[in-house]
Design a protein around this ligand. Structure first.
Ligand code: NI
Length: 158
């Protein structure tokens, strides 16, 4: 396993659309392992392929209830709304208010290629949406609640 370099806002790769994963092989497993290690080391609660310079539809997440690996994820159901603060490892030291669904259901393949269903509420729902957006070249700063701006994270919060 290895820590990969996290791409930051301004890097054009973050704005590109990722391609589906078609081969479930050692190379994918290594990518997933490296992404998890990179996320935990940062530390962060989610990381998407483009953030480590790989334009593939791959996400790792851990909002405190264990590691999830999402391959070719798709949002299949959303419900409700939540407005809350969001940050991103590609925009270090910043945060902003974003509206997301309160609950989200995601369909994704695991590293064996099997399709699985995931449900998330609150932070987990927010994280699903944020990470899947990365796969389409979208950053949370594109979706700030109208009339609000990116803020610096104060050290106490960091
Ligand atoms: Ni992010």
């Amino acid at each position: 396993m290895a820590i990969r370099n996290i791409r930051e806002d301004g890097d054009p790769i973050l704005r590109k659309k990722s391609r589906p994963v078609t081969e479930f092989n050692e190379r994918l497993f290594e990518l997933l392992d490296d992404m998890a290690e990179t996320m935990y080391e940062a530390p962060g609660v989610g990381l998407a392929g483009p953030q480590v310079g790989v334009l593939r539809r791959v996400v790792v997440m851990d909002v405190g209830d264990g590691l999830i690996e999402l391959i070719n994820p798709e949002i299949t159901k959303i419900d409700g709304e939540q407005v809350g603060e969001e940050g991103c490892l590609s925009l270090p030291g910043l945060c902003g208010l974003v509206s997301r669904p309160k609950t989200v259901q995601v369909k994704a393949q695991n590293r064996e290629g099997k399709w699985c269903l995931y449900k998330g509420e609150d932070l987990k729902a927010r994280c699903f949406c944020h990470e899947i957006d990365h796969l389409d070249g979208i950053l949370y700063k594109d979706k700030l609640v109208e009339g609000t701006f990116l803020q610096k994270v104060t050290e106490a919060e960091e």
